[in-house]
Design a protein around this ligand. Structure first.
Ligand code: COA
Length: 175
């Protein structure tokens, strides 16, 4: 498995579309409701490229035998009082490759990037008690609290979200 930081997602757009559709259609709570169309997914990734170009977003992927099997984004606030923090967004791993440490690899990479960018506070949120909830707890993220009825699910119910944070040591290394 290979962890990469992308500057341009052009060469990977089709695989990133597959990854997003797979996650949403499997019931992940990552901002969209199923069924996820390729058009909608492509539009989303184009907006990610714009954020990358504006240096607001850093995108990491994991490749296995040339195939994109996971991705995660760091959102870097440009507010002058928030240059020490970042948010982790849209961590996803292809269904067929889950439970093999791919998300752990992505999160370790994200933390290294955050450290290199002097972002010593990482925040994120996830559906309460979701698979990712257990992952973040295992990786040492602390629960700040729950917000009830935060996001609509595929069933039409509204799910609670849990906000997590982690304080990390920064480095001088620029990634
Ligand atoms: C959540 C997700 C990213 C985890 O990816 P993954 O590559 O399977 O995770 P890892 O293999 O690195 O798992 C590490 C740990 O997380 C926890 N974990 C991961 N999946 C879990 C599951 N289905 N049930 C319970 N715990 C789980 C476990 O503690 C696991 O350690 P273990 O395998 O030694 O028990 C993946 O399930 C996914 O892509 N889901 C859909 C998208 C999504 O919901 N993203 C979260 C956005 S906040």
């Amino acid at each position: 498995m290979e962890l990469l930081k992308l500057e341009k997602l052009t060469n990977y757009i089709d695989e990133l579309v597959v990854l997003l559709c797979d996650s949403v259609d499997s019931g992940a709570s990552i901002g969209f409701l199923p069924p996820m169309s390729e058009l909608e997914a492509k539009g989303y990734w184009m907006s990610v490229q714009e954020n990358m170009d504006a240096h607001n977003t850093i995108l990491l992927i994991v490749k296995n035998d040339g195939q994109v099997i996971g991705s995660v984004q760091l959102s870097l606030s440009s507010k002058s009082n928030a240059l020490h923090r970042c948010e982790i967004e849209k961590l996803m791993v292809l269904s067929d490759f889950q439970r093999q440490g791919v998300a752990t690899l992505l999160m370790q990479g994200a933390e290294k990037v955050a450290a290199a960018w002097q972002r010593e506070l990482i925040v994120l949120d996830t559906r309460t008690d979701d698979n990712a909830y257990h992952l973040y707890k295992k990786l040492g993220y602390k629960e700040a609290g729950d917000i009830p009825n935060y996001a609509k699910s595929a069933s039409g119910d509204f799910d609670s979200t849990t906000i997590f944070y982690k304080e990390i040591s920064t480095t001088q290394e620029v990634i």
